[in-house]
Design a protein around this ligand. Structure first.
Ligand SMILES: Cc1cc2nc3c(=O)[nH]c(=O)nc-3n(C[C@H](O)[C@H](O)[C@H](O)COP(=O)(O)OP(=O)(O)OC[C@H]3O[C@@H](n4cnc5c(N)ncnc54)[C@H](O)[C@@H]3O)c2cc1C
Ligand code: HEM
Length: 468
């Protein structure tokens, strides 16, 4: 099936972007002024690694060595790394109370110096501001875990390809960040703090540009056609997306993808995939229209069969392959049923090797009519002896079945020996249910990947479980 790209005027072009990227050594961000290299002159990363004592030497090492140093300037011994991460944490803590001003200043600086970068960002900068500050916070608090830090930065870099970010953008971005931290640090801007930030930004740029370079065989996004659009509630639709069957996006059950609609160029929103991977490559999304929400309303109310959307690479750690126990409990609220449904779908697959765990699903909503996917879930349970589906209603005293909020009902109905517990729902419900499970079944492994509005909490790295 050939899907025509239409309605996305300024989206960087899928494979064309990846294929057009130059090969060869990846220059990193340094504080030296930019200049064109002479023919045959090595990239900065090569020069810097040629001798000790250069200001940016450790920061511009290959990711492998930089891993060991966690983004330290100077020799990457443990003491200097600890010192640098302490300096960075202290420095960022000073910026934290005025993070909004800091980010407003940063983007103003970036766009003033590089007006050509403005069109890459959405009109409203609230979310990018929160997310970039969140990323810096996550970085300085993760310096001591270089492997997971590098994994996260690499994933972030691969995702940045869908925004049209290329290697040459890192330098102006990091220059503006450094100028911003300096402007807000006052007397705390010492040579040591400056060196720590330079090292950190150079490390981040190196990891990100290398990762983007390594991902050039994978498209930054996939084009999908809306195959079915089922308005299940006045504010909720289930969409089935079709891809070129020769090249669908890969994902694991429980993960989410980002989606862009042609009505809102440059705005990407995440939606959980509600099915296990299928031979035909189609994937289902359950979308609830948020009052005033741009992408969700476009998907629920302004999208028809045959329309095209862009889909980014799958992300998220709440996946089916993390199940190890024989008794699994899934707790899902509202539309956030989707990732749990994908996990159930994967368990129900005839391809899944035994032994199959017993799975209990507590599916909660305010009112019975909000249980928009119950018929499908019951059908699934009808074919799988291991699956028990229990609807839970919180706002209807006359409901004859289980009543209460999901955390309350989980407390009462957690089966003995619950080994893996998947929790999916609005952030408050996830936190409360996780606390209940931790208290009642301290041995259980918790898995969650809290969806919701793009929040600093998420950007700052509260990762999907397992957390115990
Ligand atoms: C990992 C992850 C998975 C997700 N999976 C799903 C899913 O499967 N189905 C689904 O419908 N949504 C899901 N979401 C939420 C989705 O990504 C969007 O945040 C949501 O659709 C709103 O986007 P919008 O562009 O319509 O709203 P915007 O235009 O960004 O926001 C408009 C207004 O609504 C507020 N708002 C934004 N999001 C929410 C929200 N979720 N609840 C309440 N108020 C909000 C904003 O603060 C703003 O005031 C998920 C989010 C994450 C992070
Ligand atoms: C220091 C390196 C960088 C870090 C840590 C960083 C961090 C982030 C984060 C955390 C997000 C949110 C993305 C998400 O949650 O999926 C984001 C979005 C984005 N970044 Fe970066 N970024 C970096 C470099 C750059 C560069 C060099 C550019 C290009 C100028 C850029 C452009 C963008 C754009 C366009 C978005 C999308 C904003 C939106 O739609 O909300 N970033 N960045």
């Amino acid at each position: 099936m050939a899907i025509a790209l239409s309605g996305f005027p300024d989206v960087p072009g899928g494979r064309a972007v990846a294929a057009g990227r130059p090969h060869g050594p990846v220059p990193v961000w340094t504080t030296e002024p930019a200049r064109d290299r002479e023919p045959g002159e090595p990239a900065p990363s090569e020069q810097d690694s040629q001798g000790p004592g250069h200001e940016t030497q450790a920061a511009s090492q290959s990711p492998g060595r930089a891993d060991a140093g966690g983004g330290c300037a100077g020799e990457p011994d443990e003491t200097s790394c600890q010192l640098n991460s302490r300096l960075l944490r202290k420095s960022l803590a000073q910026l934290e109370p005025e993070s909004e001003n800091v980010m407003a200043y940063f983007f103003a600086t970036l766009f003033l110096r590089n007006p050509e970068l403005r069109p890459m960002f959405p009109l409203s900068m609230d979310i990018p501001r929160r997310r970039v500050f969140g990323a810096l916070t996550r970085y300085v608090w993760s310096c001591d875990h270089p492997e997971s830090l590098a994994r996260w930065l690499s994933e972030l870099a691969c995702d940045h390809r869908k925004y049209g970010v290329s290697e040459s953008h890192y330098r102006p971005f990091c220059d503006a960040l450094l100028a911003t931290v300096e402007a807000f640090s006052g007397r705390a801007w010492t040579p040591e703090v400056k060196a720590a930030w330079e090292g950190a930004l150079s490390y981040i740029s190196t990891i990100m540009t290398d990762a983007a370079h390594g991902a050039q065989d994978e498209p930054p996004w996939w084009l999908a056609e809306v195959g079915t659009h089922d308005l299940r509630r006045p504010d909720l639709a289930v969409l089935r997306l079709r891809f070129d069957p020769a090249d669908p996006p890969h994902y694991r059950p429980g993960q989410h993808v980002s989606v862009q609609v042609s009505r809102w160029p440059r705005i990407w929103r995440e939606y959980s995939v509600a099915n296990a991977p299928r031979a035909d490559g189609t994937l289902c999304l359950h979308v609830r229209a948020i009052p005033g929400g741009r992408v969700s309303n476009a998907l629920v109310h302004q999208t028809q069969v045959g329309d095209t959307v862009l889909v980014g690479a799958a992300r998220g750690g709440m996946t089916v392959d993390s199940v190890t126990s024989r008794t699994v409990v899934c707790v899902a609220g509202g539309t956030v049923l989707a990732p749990v449904k994908a996990i159930l779908d994967a368990h129900a697959s005839p391809a899944r090797p035994p032994p199959l765990p017993d799975v209990r699903l507590l599916f909660g909503a305010r009112r019975e009519e909000d249980l928009y996917d119950l018929p499908d879930l019951r059908r699934l349970a009808g074919t799988c002896s291991f699956l028990e589906v229990i609807p839970v209603i919180s706002h209807d005293p006359a409901y004859p079945g289980l009543r209460g909020t999901l955390p309350e009902v989980t407390a009462r109905h957690l089966p003995p020996g619950a080994g893996d517990v998947f929790i999916s729902g609005p952030p408050g419900m996830v936190t409360q249910t996780a606390a209940v499970v931790a208290a009642r079944a301290p041995g259980a492994r918790l898995h969650f990947d809290p969806p919701g509005p793009a929040t600093t909490e998420r950007a700052s790295g509260r990762q999907a479980g397992p957390v115990s």
